[in-house]
Design a protein around this ligand. Structure first.
Ligand code: NAD
Length: 320
């Protein structure tokens, strides 16, 4: 049967890479994105500029909470699989505007689950986050680490999304996978995220705010590894599953800045504001389960990944 995938958030960072990969694999791709202004919508138009004229790509500009639009999409396309990436992302903004996060990230997810059940979609893949593990001791395992103590409204909304996925699986047997992404980076990364932000600040000679001592660390995952994890999830039979998609290479902020500085050939000017509420001290993925079930194996090292990011960043700057 031909695969027709609805990708919500298809014009975003991860979504635009996923749409491209699925088209390359011969699937039809329906992208739904409202081009939200949480960061410059022009970046999103550039993200999908190479896709809009490709055969098999359909773009809907609209909101995941718009029931009428979802009906229209589902009637126009026999959606087989749904990958739900649309969200308000990021921890800090969620603390200043928790209700908007509840509205988009929880209500939006439940709305899509309703449609997936109504139109008998055969797979629902939900973009969750390593933030659901809160400040638990790393490495984080889907099997043994509790995800019941999120420390930001964003993390709580992602966990609620997972619980609704579970509920719809229990009620209607819809096959579901919740993918817990660990800090994703690469070309088109959101401008508010550390690697993109630090690159710009160092490049422009501006101060880089390193919250806390610089000892906090992240499991940074290159975009092609994440896309590989998502497409592998689309190829296996699902019940209700949670998978960590990380790199399991952990890097401190101080080390990260050294790598970016060295790749840019520019010195970083550092400031040290206090650590921000909602930020976890460390993330690290235990990949045993995703390797065993999905065959997921991240391949891109941080140095190679940052080199590709900076290459994209510099080309992008010349076209702006
Ligand atoms: P992104 O902001 O680049 O992409 C999200 C897209 O969703 C945007 O294009 C936005 O316009 C769209 N969107 C937002 N609200 C919408 C709405 N109401 N209706 C329709 N579209 C809407 O973010 P990203 O970094 O590509 O993240 C994709 C997903 O992965 C998100 O769910 C995010 O929470 C999750 N995630 C990302 C990371 C990461 O490191 N990037 C880590 C963990 C989880």
């Amino acid at each position: 049967m031909e695969r027709i995938v609805l990708v919500t958030g298809g014009a975003g960072f991860i979504g635009s890479h996923l749409c491209e990969a699925l088209l390359n694999q011969g699937a039809q791709v329906v992208s739904l994105d409202n081009f939200s202004d949480h960061y410059d919508p022009a970046m999103k138009s550039r993200n999908i500029a190479g896709l809009v004229n490709r055969a098999g790509f359909y773009l809907y500009k609209g909101d995941i909470r718009d029931a009428q639009l979802l009906n229209k999409i589902m009637q126009n396309h026999m959606i087989t699989d749904l990958v739900h990436l649309a969200a308000l992302a990021g921890v800090r903004k969620s603390i200043s505007d928790p209700l908007e996060y509840v509205d988009v990230d929880i209500k939006g997810t439940v709305n899509l689950l309703e449609f997936a059940v109504k139109y008998k979609v055969s797979r629902f893949i939900f973009a969750s986050s390593s933030s659901v593990y809160g400040a638990a001791p790393p490495p984080f395992s889907e099997r043994t680490t509790s995800a019941d103590r999120p420390i930001s409204p964003y993390a709580a909304a992602k966990r609620a999304g997972e619980l609704f996925c579970r509920t719809y699986h229990e009620l209607y047997k819809i096959p579901v996978a919740c993918l817990r992404f660990f800090t994703v980076y690469g070309p088109r990364q959101r401008p508010d995220m550390a690697i993109h932000l630090f690159t710009r600040l160092i490049d422009e000679g501006l101060e880089v705010p390193v919250f806390g001592t610089g000892a906090s660390s992240r499991d940074f995952t290159y975009i092609s590894d994440i896309i590989d994890g998502i497409t592998k999830t689309l190829s296996i039979p699902l019940t209700y599953n949670s998978f960590n998609l990380g790199s399991s290479q952990v890097t401190t902020l101080t080390e990260l800045i050294k790598i970016i500085s060295s790749e840019l050939g520019k010195k970083a000017r550092i400031s040290s504001p206090p650590i921000q509420p909602g930020d976890v001290p460390e993330t690290a993925a235990d990949l045993t389960h995703s390797y065993r079930i999905l065959g997921y194996q991240p391949r891109v090292s941080l140095t190679d990944g940052i080199r590709s990011f900076i290459d994209w960043y510099q080309k992008q700057k010349q076209t702006e």
